[in-house]
Write a protein that binds this ligand. Structure first.
Ligand code: SAH
Ligand code: SF4
Length: 391
């Protein structure tokens, strides 16, 4: 059980709660159904209150207990004393010319995370790219978030808060046939499996009918390959899986993804097979392959990749490298990208090139740069700069 709250309040607790500051109240936003039921039991209420309040929070976008009209007045007053619904504050919201939307959110300690919504061209899918950490400790050589270093894990409230904020700003979500956010990918800043304890409850809320009611096929966790946590995830959830592979030999992958020195390609692919076996359906793993000029974009790389993946039910996504200052890497030409795609095709793989979208608001994948290390001046400059970018 995460978080803490008073099991059965004595009068002095109630008095304290009445003068409590926001941060002393229990934040209900990131609680799973089980956690919320426990919370209600602990304040002497029935379990079913959890579903009622979850619907207010996640279906209606409500953050005010006073508006929860199916609760008694006494309960609403009590909740306002001991609990709160606190999401991240929106400090910037922008829409790029291709319809990609981006929010910069201020989380608890004055740091910022970015969340991006990418609409499909046919208008049917709206995929939210969610962050799990501020920065990342895994230091992949081609990733700007990794270059920022690790600052901290996001709480489950801060993770689900991104879905909450995006959904709220897109309108009502009561109609399951027309949800504001239809898909979630954990592909923003951070490595989700390095923040397992907070990511899993947030993902449970994405799936829960009283939360966002998304099917497990529409919620994807992307990982660079934290093998033990991947095994653990398979025991608890069966969301879709994306693996950041980027190379088909250990030598090259260790250069790009240092974590490979700990969990090599064989160990990672074996873990994928175990994960799929636990899902027990016809799911495939998505293999993410960031194409970097003259590093992993040659014919031999395509051949090695095709050979390596022979046994794994998977689809490959090609992502042209998104450049950032001082990365030392370049994006392959469009022709080279097409050639790589064609080589894979001839080897039996249809590998879509994931388009880089939202460029004009700096929102494309891999550009969730976590320019958040310095909490003062640099942040201010950042917010100013993206506002200018988006104008
Ligand atoms: N940490 C997780 C999820 C976040 S990164 C992971 O590594 O999977 C999301 C995706 O963006 C990953 O596939 C990552 O390899 C890719 N990526 C990171 N930096 C990139 C860049 N500069 N250009 C293209 N893709 C990048
Ligand atoms: Fe972290 Fe993923 Fe970036 Fe690697 S690619 S540094 S794991 S966010």
């Amino acid at each position: 059980m995460r978080g803490h709250f008073c099991p059965r309040p004595c009068p002095s607790d109630v008095r304290d709660a009445m003068t409590a500051t926001a941060s002393q109240r229990t934040n209900l936003l990131g609680m799973t159904r089980e956690e919320m039921e426990e919370f209600f039991l602990s304040i002497g209420e029935k379990k079913f209150r959890a579903a009622q309040v979850m619907k207010w929070i996640h279906h209606e976008g409500c953050d005010d207990f006073a508006a929860m009209t199916n609760l008694s007045k006494a309960l609403r007053t009590r909740l306002a004393e001991v609990a709160e619904i606190r999401g991240p504050a929106v400090v910037y919201e922008g829409t790029s010319s291709d319809g990609t939307r981006k929010w910069v959110l201020e989380v608890e300690d004055g740091t910022y995370v970015e969340t991006v919504l990418i609409p499909a061209e046919n208008g049917k899918r709206r995929t939210l790219c969610v962050s799990s950490q501020v920065g990342c400790s895994l230091d992949c050589s081609f990733c700007s978030t990794g270059k920022q270093g690790f600052q901290r894990n996001l709480s489950s409230a801060e993770i689900i808060g991104q879905v909450w904020v995006a959904s709220n700003s897109l309108g009502p979500r009561r109609d399951p046939a027309n949800r504001p956010v239809t898909n979630v990918v954990m592909m923003g800043m951070g490595e989700p499996l390095m923040n397992y304890d907070n990511v899993v409850p947030a993902m449970k809320l994405m799936l829960d009918d009283n939360g966002y009611g998304l099917s497990k096929r529409r919620v994807t966790l992307s990982t660079s390959g934290v093998v033990p946590m991947l095994d653990k995830l398979g025991d608890e959830l069966d969301v879709s899986l994306a693996i950041s592979l980027h190379a088909a030999t250990d030598e090259l992958r260790s250069e790009l993804v240092p974590l490979n020195r700990k969990y090599n390609i064989r160990a990672l692919l074996d873990a994928c097979q175990r994960y799929l076996a636990k899902c027990g359906d016809t799911r495939m793993v998505t293999i993410e392959y960031t194409l970097i000029k003259d590093v992993n974009d040659q014919q031999e790389h395509a051949e090695q990749l095709a050979e390596l993946l022979r046994e794994l039910p998977c689809k490959i996504n090609l992502i042209p490298f998104n450049p950032f200052p001082h990365s030392g890497y370049e994006t392959p030409s469009r022709n080279q990208t097409m050639r790589f795609q064609q080589w894979l095709y001839e080897l039996g793989y249809t590998a879509p090139v994931r388009s880089t979208r939202g460029d004009d608001i700096d929102a494309a994948c891999g550009q969730l740069v976590g320019r958040v290390k310095d909490r003062t001046k640099r942040n201010e400059r950042y917010i100013r700069s993206i506002q200018i970018d988006a104008d």
